[in-house]
Design a protein around this ligand. Structure first.
Ligand SMILES: NC(=O)c1ccc[n+]([C@@H]2O[C@H](COP(=O)([O-])OP(=O)(O)OC[C@H]3O[C@@H](n4cnc5c(N)ncnc54)[C@H](OP(=O)(O)O)[C@@H]3O)[C@@H](O)[C@H]2O)c1
Length: 242
């Protein structure tokens, strides 16, 4: 018997990386998973491979109307996990404010859209897993906008945990450190990208890399441990502890 038998789990950003690993893990535990992203073909391929009622839904989470239509079409949402996002780097006096706004549009408001429109379908015992990142708690160069999103998501997650506790809906935040083997899109050119990777590895105390499966382990814990709410779980190899 799976730990998530009979649950419907909606996972955004599930076409690749962390979201996909979480969808696979939840499905292994018996959940019927709805994989959300913009590239329908790879969502469908993943859903076919996963089986067990998995299906792909092409939705841009930054577009509220699309998110509303997705949630309205579901009988209920037992688990909502929001991993859709990208990263944008740049010195504050070089990167135009419109780039930060664009990032907030999908990565921050995408999570608000999902929570707002999933909640009418969420009953007692439902679970919300948001995604931030270590930049709220550790310095990442040229990443003020990303850091702001991480902080905003962490604050929102803690506040929502208390707001939704009387309804017995738990809310937690997964905060990845440097996770390899994902498709994450960012705007660093060759040399700067190499510097970023080297620095991130140096900032991680554990002498090995983090993978999407590590986030899937944490997500399953948060999806199943009934008395944990309002927490930000750093899955970062010790980066924020150092
Ligand atoms: N990897 C890391 O080291 C790291 C560290 C800290 C935080 N994070 C955060 O963790 C989350 C997952 O990242 P990842 O590393 O797994 O990267 P990833 O492999 O690129 O996964 C992100 C997914 O989000 C989807 N997506 C992006 N914008 C979307 C939108 N507007 N609407 C719907 N789907 C959208 C992408 O698919 P489509 O392009 O098909 O839509 C992609 O499958 C992101 O929010 C990222 O910022 C990652």
């Amino acid at each position: 018997m799976g730990q998530l038998d009979g649950k419907i789990a909606v996972i955004t950003g599930a076409g690749s990386g962390i979201g996909l690993a979480v969808a696979e893990r939840f499905a292994e535990e018996g959940a019927e998973v709805v994989l959300v992203g913009r590239q329908k073909e790879r969502l469908d391929e993943a859903a076919a491979r996963i089986g067990g009622g998995a299906r792909g839904e092409s939705v841009d989470v930054g577009e509220e109307e699309q998110v509303r239509a997705l949630m309205e079409g579901l009988p209920r949402v037992d688990i909502l996990a929001t991993f859709a996002g990208k990263a944008v780097f740049g010195p504050v006096d070089e990167l135009p404010p419109s780039a930060w706004k664009d990032l907030f549009h999908s990565r921050f408001f995408g999570q608000i859209h999902a929570v707002h429109h999933a909640l009418p379908k969420m009953g007692k015992g439902s679970v919300i897993l948001l995604c931030s990142g270590i930049a709220d708690a550790a310095y990442v160069p040229d990443y003020a906008g990303g850091a702001a999103i991480c902080g905003a998501v962490n604050a929102m997650g803690k506040n929502l945990a208390v707001e939704l506790a009387p309804r017995e809906i738990r809310v937690n935040v997964l905060s990845p450190g440097f996770i390899i083997a994902t498709d994450i899109k960012f705007n660093l050119e060759d040399e700067k990208a190499i510097d970023f990777v080297k620095r991130s590895i140096a900032d991680t105390p554990l002498p090995y890399h983090g993978y999407p499966k590590d986030l899937a382990d944490a997500a399953l814990f948060l999806a199943t441990c009934n008395f944990v709410t309002g927490q930000v779980i750093e899955v970062d190899g010790g980066w924020t502890a150092a």
